[in-house]
Design a protein around this ligand. Structure first.
Ligand SMILES: [Zn+2]
Ligand SMILES: [Zn+2]
Ligand SMILES: [Zn+2]
Length: 158
């Protein structure tokens, strides 16, 4: 069983041949506490944990961990890149158009890719699909309440 990057980040780093550093642990800790954070939020959290560290150093850690498959990077349209420790499973994201909040939703199909384009063999013979990126867009409860109306149908009946 591979090490759980939330429960044992040091072991997860070692498994991938990465040196265990305070900064890397702090980045992983920040993302365990607040998944789908952007680089700025991660930098703020890392500074609280380890003191002075440049944003560039945090970017470098984010890139290295993503390249080694320890982090998943998502970038909803119109948003900065967000990072999370939940990798290798088949989950998707709900993104609120109002506040940008991102929520994980499990996919009904546990292994990626969960969707198979039916025409792939005719349009791109030999193309091996390994992931389907699905993003559900809408308004979270808070934003729906704040907008003072339910988004459904009112437009038409007004
Ligand atoms: Zn919202
Ligand atoms: Zn996620
Ligand atoms: Zn799916």
């Amino acid at each position: 069983m591979p090490a759980d990057p939330v429960l044992d980040p040091a072991a997860a780093l070692r498994e991938r041949g990465l040196r265990v550093t305070k900064q890397r642990l702090a980045v992983m800790g920040a993302l365990a506490a607040t998944p789908h954070s952007g680089a700025e939020a991660v930098t703020t959290a890392v500074r609280l944990e380890v003191g002075r560290v440049s944003s560039q150093a945090v970017y470098d850690v984010l890139h290295a961990l993503t390249a080694h498959g320890l982090l998943r990077r998502i970038q909803p349209a119109g948003s900065t890149a967000r990072y999370e420790l939940r990798v290798g499973d088949s989950h998707h994201h709900l993104v609120c158009r109002g506040c940008g909040r991102v929520v994980d939703v499990d996919c009904a199909t546990p292994t990626a890719p969960c969707l198979d384009p039916t025409t792939v063999h005719t349009v791109a013979p030999g193309f091996v699909v390994d992931e389907a990126e699905v993003t559900f867009w809408g308004l979270c409860e808070t934003c729906t309440t704040r907008s003072g109306r339910t988004p459904s149908l009112q437009e038409e009946t007004a």
